[in-house]
Structure formats: structure tokens, C-alpha cells
Design a protein around this ligand. Sequence first.
Ligand SMILES: [Ca+2]
Length: 98
Amino acid sequence: MRRSVLTLLALAGATAVPVSSAVAQSGPSASGAAKAAIAKKRTKCDRNYSGRCLKPNVSDYDCAGGSGNGPYYVKGPVRIVGNDHYRLDADGDGVACE
Ligand SMILES: [Ca+2]
């Protein structure tokens, strides 16, 4: 009786090691973290503009050297590939700050 309990404890101790190491390896892989970093980088630039990386979701952009009051400035030319929500393309030809 006593011997069988000790055997069970020994078996439990022996199986505890591979279980804990399996849990440690089930975390996010290195390639998964790299993919997340790339996705984060892509969303840093406003998708409505091409040619320059404009920050999305800021209050306003104006053309560098123009009469705009900022707070962000971009040096053109910048192509409008979506919605020109910063109103950079004054003449509406699809190219801003030209
Ligand atoms: Ca224009």
C-alpha cells in the first residue's frame, strides 16, 4: 500500500516536468511576434494617401511650406488613394501638395 503511493507520487513528479515545459513552449512564437510587428507598422501610415507616410487619426495635416496651421505638415507630392480627409488636395486632381 505504502509502496504504491510512493510509486504514484514518483510518476506524478516524473510527468510534471514534460507538462510544464509544454506549457512554456505554447506561448507566442517568434514568427507570430514578427507578423504582429509588421501589421502594426502598416497601420502607422494613413491608407488614404500614397507616396508619403501620414499618421492616421491626427487632427490635421497641411502641406509643408504652405499657409496651413498644422499641427502636422507633409512635403508633397502626395497621391490621394482614398478619402482626402485632411483636405490636402485643394484643386482636386488627386495629387496633393504638388
Ligand atoms: Ca492637387
